[in-house]
Write a protein that binds this ligand. Structure first.
Ligand code: SF4
Length: 197
């Protein structure tokens, strides 16, 4: 079976650039799963090139948004992500990144200026109101992961990137409330989404 580099859900086209991730979230849609929404998202034959993804996108105006979101953290493929964004914008489409917020640690530099102007929206998974809860829920494979998320969000905001935090409602109302306070302190919007099972 051919690997899934792009997949359609509703009016959006999603891009599955990598299976690498710096978290092992307890709630991840890939846990114990071969597919998501019927699409096999494990990349058995390796990660796609930007050219392969671009050829599958075709005309991005056919979709509401082109979203970087698959079975892994897209910022591992920063160069390809930027190249694909350039193509999508030149062809009149819109781009969004769903990220765990570890992109600066993954790439060893502040990547926010590189995202500016390339992404129309960046959804940063906050997931937890404090470090201890984050470690428990997301089981990060890098050090200071929760602080990385906050730092990435600050840098995105400073670079004028349209970004917001997201949390999954399964963390409970009290934790969501504390996330909301934290997001307000940082001046970054918070979106609460339902858990996907
Ligand atoms: S950051 Fe995203 S892809 Fe990575 S383990 Fe968590 S939910 Fe899954």
């Amino acid at each position: 079976m051919k690997d899934t580099y792009t997949y359609r859900i509703g009016e959006n086209l999603y891009l599955n650039l990598t299976n690498r991730c710096s978290n092992r979230c307890t709630f991840c849609v890939r846990n114990g799963k071969e597919t998501y929404e019927g699409y096999p998202l494990w990349l058995r034959g390796g990660e796609p090139t930007a050219e392969q993804v671009i050829s599958e996108i075709g005309d991005p105006k056919k979709y509401r948004e082109i979203v970087f979101c698959g079975f892994g953290e897209p910022t591992y493929r920063l160069a390809e992500l930027i190249e694909i964004c350039g193509y999508v914008h030149a062809a009149g489409g819109r781009t969004r990144l769903n990220t765990n917020g570890h992109g600066n640690a993954i790439n060893g530099r502040n990547i926010a200026p590189e995202l500016s102007g390339k992404l129309d929206g960046v959804n940063i998974s906050l997931n937890a109101p404090d470090r201890a809860r984050y470690e428990e829920l997301c089981r990060p494979q890098i050090g200071n992961a929760w602080e990385e998320v906050l730092g990435f969000a600050r840098k995105c905001r400073a670079s004028g990137v349209n970004c917001w935090f997201s949390v999954v409602d399964c963390i409970g109302a009290a934790a969501v409330g504390r996330c909301r306070e934290l997001a307000e302190e940082l001046g970054i919007p918070l979106r609460v989404r339902e858990m996907i099972v």
